[in-house]
Design a protein around this ligand. Sequence first.
Ligand code: NAP
Length: 352
Amino acid sequence: MNIDKGIPILVTGATGYVAGWLVKRLVEEGLTVHAPVRDPGDAGKLQYLNEIAASAPGKIRYFKADLLQPGSYEQAMTGCQTVFHTASPFRIDVKDAQKELIEPAQLGTRNVLETANRTPSVTRVVLTSSCAAIAGDNADLDNTPGRIFTEEVWNTSSSLVHQPYSYSKTLAEREAWKIAGSQNRWRLVTINPSLVIGPGINPNGTSESFNIIRQFGDGTMKIGVPNLGLGVVDVRDVAEAHFRAAFNPEANGRNITSGHNTSLPELAAALLERYGKDYPIPRRTLPKWLVWWVGPIANKALTRKMVSLNIGRPWIADNSRSRNELGIHYRPLADSMNEFFQQLVETGQFAK
Ligand code: NAP
């Protein structure tokens, strides 16, 4: 990889969970990161990024921008060759999916990529998409050739009212490929992670990843977990995949970035040995009929349709492209789970 350290790199959403490790990787490489954030005056939010930069050879320059404000990324992008577009809300519990998820994802992607079209220095855009843009429900596997999710597959099952986060990521990635296809100066590479886990640069992250793992220790799941199949990947592996997608000259297309095809009961089991005595780690798998019956009352996102299309069904994806072409060596699942949980313990996130 040939990296020119004199050229700044743009990272949208630098304050986020996934971007934190990427920014760390870049400044440790000696690069200057241009970080457009919603509020450059929010010292508390930027504290963790500033700590990373303080001990690294590279630096971070902040700019003010918002996904929904056309043109607001222009100043930050000036002179950059590489654009990482990670900013997009990852939340499951929303009141207005159109405003809270779809618009920032789709219009935000259009905003950032149209700015790339107007910025002559840009030659590569790495978009943080998601496995949610590949499949919306585990039942999609039934209609997928070979019963395995690959980069060829697109999510066609999500909508504004069913799995709206997955729908937002699908619309955003489609928008990105449409804009990329209308020009030939910059190349688009997408990183499609499954559920990201592992300790955050900011230990008080607000990404849904934190909410999900917190529930393994705060008692929410003490009676058990549904048998939900899912993919997981360590946040540090996701950062490395982004880095290689930008600087490996051959990187291209979509890249499933998922370390393990697993399930909620397996994630819980990974925590039992170390934390089972002191925390209410779930030990039982809830029967599907019970989740179908009680789920929608306990959790608004657990609709009956969601339960019937996902619970008790495996999630299986092929990660060979990211291993062979980007050279990613995925961390063991138990390490990611235990290190993430330990961070939540150490920062007092389980009321006892
Ligand atoms: P996160 O911690 O909530 O980060 C989201 C980032 O987007 C934050 O920096 C946030 O800025 C920014 N953002 C949100 N709305 C914005 C707006 N209107 N204008 C400007 N910035 C805005 O979530 P994350 O988990 O790191 O997610 C980052 C990316 O990874 C997203 O594209 C997500 O879809 C993708 N992804 C995540 C996972 C996962 O399991 N975590 C899996 C697959 C893909 P503020 O700090 O100002 O709020």
